[in-house]
Design a binder for this molecule. Structure first.
Ligand code: FES
Length: 235
């Protein structure tokens, strides 16, 4: 393997569903591929692999295939990797602006900068779970994404924000396939273990009303915070 490698990385969960096409496309232009989240070879795993193969320089390039997602987390994870692999002889050049789609040729290094190690994956503000009552899982699996879960997710976030419920009463998270794909787009409400679908953008007001009723009720959910695994098992 060459001592210098271009590493293209997708950023969002939905893009990871195109992992096979993405990694093959990267190989066609002489690059290697990774994903920041979701399916495929993760960034940390790929950096470990390249380092073990004797690669000395990586040009890390963020790529957005569908949604437009800020690239900053890619640099944070790469810096975290450098922090936790002090013996690695790998220099990482990082392009901060995500490319809109798979490049037709190896991207230039113009504007890229060398990353320095620091532990950028923790912060005092990320120590506790938010004091929400409900966790809404919005499926971004292949069927739900095809049937509009991206737009529905954006509308749901905006509606809950408008009602002052987002991240205070309700945490919204996008997930992979939740299984009842025939009812796509699917949403699961926790801790009720309640699956809802299909939920289209036009259903968002009704879903937000439902969540508001649950929050007003107040007896349906207790936020127990976060515990280490041993304490959880002792319950
Ligand atoms: S893809 Fe959404 S439930 Fe399967």
């Amino acid at each position: 393997m060459s001592e210098s490698v271009t590493l293209l990385a997708t950023l969002c969960l939905a893009d990871s569903y195109s992992w096979t096409d993405f990694s093959e496309g990267a190989a066609r232009i002489g690059a290697t591929a990774a994903t920041l989240q979701g399916s495929g070879v993760g960034l940390v795993e790929q950096l470990d692999h390249l380092s073990a193969k004797g690669v000395r320089q990586v040009h890390l390039v963020p790529v957005n295939l569908t949604d437009s997602v800020p690239a900053s987390w890619l640099g944070r994870v790469a810096r975290w990797w450098l922090e936790h692999r002090p013996d690695a002889q790998l220099e990482i050049w990082y392009t901060t602006q995500a490319l809109p789609g798979m490049p037709a040729a190896l991207p230039s290094r113009e504007g890229a900068r060398v990353l320095r190690p620091n532990d950028s994956l923790t912060s005092p503000t990320w120590e506790q779970v938010p004091a929400v009552r409900h966790h809404v899982l919005v499926c971004r699996g292949p069927r739900c994404s095809a049937k509009g879960s991206s737009g529905m997710l954006a509308s749901l976030g905006a509606e809950l924000h408008e009602r002052d419920m987002l991240d205070s009463e309700v945490l919204v998270t996008q997930t992979g396939c939740l299984y009842p794909c025939n009812r796509a787009p699917v949403v699961a409400i926790q801790p009720e273990m309640e699956w809802v679908g299909p939920v289209h953008e036009s259903d968002v007001i009704a879903l937000a009303d439902q969540l508001e009723r649950y929050c007003r009720d107040g007896t349906r959910a207790t936020n127990r915070g976060i515990s280490p695994p041993t304490e959880t098992r002792a319950d």
